[in-house]
Design a protein around this ligand. Sequence first.
Ligand code: P6P
Length: 335
Amino acid sequence: MSRKNQTLGEFIIENQSEFKYSSGELSKLINAIRLAAKVVNHEVNKAGLVDIIGTAGDTNVQGEDQQKLDVLANQTFIQTLSKREIVCGIASEEEEDFISINSLDENNQNKYVVLIDPLDGSSNIDVNVSVGTIFSVYRRITPLGTPVTKEDFLQPGRNQVAAGYIIYGTSTMLVYTTGHGVNGFTLNPAIGTFYLSHPNMQYPKDGKYYSINEGNYIHFPKGVKSYLKYCQMEEGDRPYSSRYIGSLVSDFHRNMIKGGIYIYPKSSVAQAGKLRLLYECNPMAFIAEQAGGRASDGFNRILDIEPSELHQRVPFFCGSYNMVKDAERFMAEAQ
Ligand code: P6P
């Protein structure tokens, strides 16, 4: 049961019964995410005022310049989650390997692992464009009380028990699912409380926006080129509009509200695309499907991909169900 303007805390309590096999830990986990989101939101919103703009003078495991806020967001989510005796492991875009949280303690009964992209789109921070945090939650598959292993993280996306994102935009929102639909909560910064503003979010089956970096057009596979020409053709309800913010969370969020498709395909310069399966594509795919949308690599359902590496990349087609189906048709025809 959800009521507009319910607080996130009230919503979690009232929907606790939906969390199968959980005696409250998953609720505590979402509450920990909520707290970390408020801390990061505070830092992101004052980034222009203090010396936390710009690079931290280091690169992450991806070889990307770490922004100071990347480091801060990463540390905030890891510390907040670690302190609460809920998770036995965390994997992050900003960390080369996964982090074990007390899992060497044979009495460790913490059954969840979390994978995060602590600040996606962070290269947009210094130009004041929305950025986001993405999280994905699984139940560990190795026995409680034993050390957490990479196997606990390399699960297919269909095993997720929760996933969500925080978008630090014109307003800050927390959008998440536990497998029972998607709900969006907007932060009232004056009192630091998230309120249910978007109950039961639904991806429109069709849309008019396509989000892709057309600067890479010459490197795209034939099927993507054909689909883009279809989007731009004067016919029926087309041409569509191109909207590409360069921030996955922002493009995804707009498309989920207004209808649209986001594509980051493989190309001759990015053989597996750019986005990471475990902490970007899987959580966003879980949310998309829970909202009636669709997510694939152009051919196969994202949530059925069997992971092999922590930071592996996959091509990503995600959004309005019928638009993704159209794109997949062009990809198949080009085979
Ligand atoms: P490009 C941000 O770095 C990100 O991971 C997504 O948030 C965004 O959609 C994409 O990469 C932008 O990549 O190559 O178009 O600049």
